[in-house]
Design a protein around this ligand. Structure first.
Ligand SMILES: [Zn+2]
Length: 373
């Protein structure tokens, strides 16, 4: 958690610089200007969430394939909504058999993906994820160390994510290089991405463009049920947003101290929406990444936007433009913090707090204190 990582600097400018390209890609495929805005924002959110795991030369190609993918899944959602509307007219779906079917399909996809892993990795994943064995127990049974087991689990999970998407989307890799590129993306291994020239491959390979754009999207790891969306327009909404955020963070297993920090950051951001923007919303959702658990908060406002982001991120920034005011304060309370703003349109803040690495099975006093010190 270095200070440089938290500074709104060249790294964030890189994201801002991607906006015209994303807008062009989405705009060439979608007509409705409101939908274009939505899909551009969704693309940027996904790229920001994956930003730290993508190597420099891979970022622009990754963003391009993500934009295309976001448009494609929007089109699929539309089709599905039409299909369901048709079903609803004919059958009574009050028992929601469709959801049961989706769950069954989901578990058979996971089973098929697991079957593609080497037996040792498969057994380890099942023992950890399904039977709940911790890394210490796993290490003892394997004459290994907890650290080595954790690294093996992370590699196995990265592979599983790749196989899961290949099975789910019924895609066959078109060359030997595909799995290597996809695994490097999945693992967030930037050195390996560079070695494989992943950016170039993403642009020329349809398989990896499709699968790669979904790999770093953290949302599949938590179901939609977990996500809470709070519309924010009045003071009471600030309280609701803060309470819901606290609840979700508590379910994730954060310490009492961290719960307060997270709730405060949400308050800060939500209050700004009420004060200065026309309206907005706050999305709160548990996330996980290689066994580490956390909570991500996305705040969007329909406000004037922030003309000079780096200025707005300085302490004491007061000439308010949308979400700007509380940003430096909220940033200090969270581990990851990203802002995208468009003048005249609004501002989106995405912030994440992670549990300490060794503490993902519950609060770990020791590493928490080490982190604070
Ligand atoms: Zn490929």
């Amino acid at each position: 958690m270095s200070d440089a990582q938290r500074e709104l600097g060249p790294d964030d400018q890189v994201i801002v610089d991607l906006v015209p390209m994303v807008r062009k890609i989405v705009g060439s495929r979608v007509r409705d200007p409101h939908v274009i805005d939505d899909l551009v924002q969704e693309t940027l959110l996904r790229v920001m969430a994956a930003r730290s795991r993508i190597e420099g030369d891979t970022l622009a190609p990754y963003t391009a394939v993500t934009a295309r993918n976001v448009v494609a899944s929007f089109a699929r959602r539309n089709d599905r909504a039409r299909d369901r509307a048709h079903l609803l007219a004919e059958v009574d779906l009050s028992e929601a058999p469709g959801e049961e079917l989706i769950r069954q399909e989901e578990s058979s996809v996971v089973a098929a993906a697991l079957a593609r892993l080497p037996a040792t990795e498969r057994d380890m994943l099942v023992a950890h994820q399904v039977q709940g064995q911790d890394t210490k127990t796993l290490a003892a049974h394997r004459d290994s160390t907890p650290g080595a087991v954790a690294a093996q689990l992370a590699r196995a999970r990265a592979k599983l994510r790749v196989e899961y998407l290949l099975v789910r989307d019924n895609v066959e890799p078109s060359s030997d290089r595909c799995r290597a590129v996809l695994r490097a993306l999945s693992a967030g291994d930037r050195r390996r991405q560079r070695e494989l020239d992943s950016g170039a491959h993403l642009l020329e390979c349809d398989c990896c463009a499709q699968i790669g754009a979904n790999l770093l999207d953290r949302r599949p790891t938590s179901s939609d049920d977990d996500e809470v969306r709070v519309p924010v327009a009045k003071d009471a909404d600030v309280v609701t947003a803060r309470q819901r955020g606290r609840d979700i963070a508590a379910q994730v297993g954060f310490s009492a101290t961290d719960l307060t920090l997270i709730a405060t950051a949400i308050s800060e951001i939500a209050r700004n929406i009420v004060k200065f923007a026309e309206r907005g919303e706050i999305l709160i959702q548990p996330v996980s990444d290689d066994g580490r658990r956390g909570v991500t908060v996305v705040a969007r406002d329909v406000g004037p936007g922030i003309p000079d982001l780096s200025h707005a991120m300085r302490d004491g920034y007061s000439t308010y433009q949308g979400l700007g005011l509380g940003l430096p304060g909220a940033r200090r309370l969270m581990d990851q913090f990203d802002v995208v703003s468009e003048v005249g349109k609004g501002t989106t803040v995405t912030m994440t707090k992670w549990q300490p690495v060794e503490g993902h099975r519950g609060p770990d006093r020791e590493s928490m204190e080490a982190r604070q010190g």
